[in-house]
Design a binder for this molecule. Structure first.
Ligand code: PLP
Ligand code: TYF
Length: 398
């Protein structure tokens, strides 16, 4: 029956972890997948999460289904975190939010909804972008086009190219934007650059689709939501936000995300939400209970929320220190040209290493990075740093 079914190549990033796991070298380092590891090389379980989890276990509840669009307390807390506690959009009832199966689920439900609502719209994504963006929107039936984003030579944003390409898009085109901590490059827009992009998007009648998977990993939860806040203040009639707590709560496997759609008014938001619910219903019916309850439990308590901000700040500051450490080690070794790594934001750095250099890192040193040269800085440790710096230096001079 399935004789003609073709074998699909594995995900390049997740495939790296498989290869890493199979490697028997004791000092191997996995800088492939986008996961934050602590100094001991473990995925942290945040204290604030542990506390809610213990309370939930002590007062164990039956597991009924959640509503199609998830836990109301979770959605409300998510809206405040994204749009601001006193957002006029929220007060006007213009935002329809649904708990989704991770940020990935938010992207896919959003894509399916948009394809139905705007069947002729195309989507523009940054070049490069998280590879799954192209896959998700392509699978939902979108024609995916690129806009310029990254300049390999300067290791930073190609902002002029970005503006030129966005300015040439047909009105009505959906534009996928990374709110902060761009995956894979680590190159972000400044406040002034965001203001220009928001003005351009508004002028041109484009539909922003903001992906925020790393809120709190660059500057803080408020500052990292700048793009959402600016679109919120801009007066545009609609935009979409896909958000994820996978990283910010270190809850990768709980699949905690949300889709928020800003509509023109309360009544439009209601109609949009009814469509979103239908889309979810026909995919997975309703989200799971546990992860949402953890996040809602933390964000619903002033004390636990403050502790979360503190723990998130700890992860953020540790990444900043690892960036600085890597840059200074490389400079010490005689490779000062890697200074740009310190300007990049979030978990990732586009290191500028070629595919051949990445292959050498793996084969000769047991260091795993993505073939594009993306390294996950959040997977370094003070212990692995000297080895990684020496290896990067060696392959960059080879
Ligand atoms: N968007 C971006 C840019 C990401 O990097 C990721 C995860 O790596 C996601 C969305 C999806 O996150 P989740 O694991 O919550 O599905
Ligand atoms: O490292 C990255 O860019 C991601 C990580 O269900 C990832 O691809 C892995 C699994 C998943 C979502 C994201």
């Amino acid at each position: 029956l399935f004789a003609s079914v073709e074998l699909v190549p594995g995900d390049p990033i997740l495939g790296l972890t498989e290869a890493y796991n199979a490697d028997s070298r004791p000092d191997k380092v996995n800088l492939g997948v986008g996961i934050y590891y602590d100094e001991q090389g473990r995925i942290p379980l945040l204290d604030c999460v542990r506390e809610v989890e213990q309370k939930l276990a002590a007062d164990a509840k039956p597991r009924g289904y959640l509503p199609i669009d998830g836990l109301a307390a979770y959605n409300l807390a998510t809206q405040k975190l994204l749009f601001g506690t006193h957002s006029p959009l929220l007060e006007a009832g213009r935002v329809a939010t649904s708990q989704t199966v991770g940020g990935s689920g938010a992207l896919r439900i959003g894509a399916d909804f948009l394809k139905r609502a705007l069947p002729n719209a195309k989507i523009a994504i940054s070049n490069p972008s998280w590879e799954n963006h192209r896959v998700v929107f392509g699978t939902a039936g979108f024609e995916v086009i690129d806009y310029r984003y990254y300049d390999n030579d300067s290791h930073g944003l190609d902002f002029a190219g970005m503006l030129a390409d966005l300015g040439a898009l047909e009105p009505g085109t959906v534009v996928l934007l990374h709110a902060c901590c761009h995956n894979p490059t680590g190159a972000d827009l400044s406040l002034e650059q965001w203001q220009q992009v928001v003005a351009l998007v508004k002028d041109r009648g484009l539909l922003p689709f903001v992906d925020i998977a790393y809120q709190g990993f660059d500057v803080g939860t408020e500052a990292d939501a700048t793009a959402i806040r600016l679109f919120g203040e801009s007066g545009i009639p609609a935009f979409v936000v896909a958000s994820s707590y996978s990283k910010s709560f270190s809850l990768y496997g709980e699949r905690v995300g949300a889709l928020s759609i800003v509509a023109a008014d309360r009544e439009e938001a209601k109609r949009v939400q009814s469509q979103i619910k239908r889309t979810i219903r026909s995919n997975y019916s309703s989200p799971s209970t546990h992860g949402g309850a953890l996040v809602a439990g933390v964000l619903g308590s002033d004390e636990l929320r403050a502790r979360w901000e503190q723990e998130l700040g700890g992860m953020r500051e540790r990444i900043h220190a690892l960036r600085a450490g890597l840059v200074s080690k490389l400079a010490e070794l005689g490779a000062p040209e890697f200074g740009f790594i310190q300007q990049q934001a979030g978990m990732f750095s586009y290191s500028g290493l070629s595919k051949a250099q990445v292959d050498r890192l793996r084969d000769e040193f047991g260091i795993y990075a993505v073939g594009t040269g993306r390294i996950c800085v959040a997977a370094l440790s003070q212990q692995s740093l000297p080895k990684v710096a020496a290896a990067v230096y060696a392959v960059s001079r080879g």
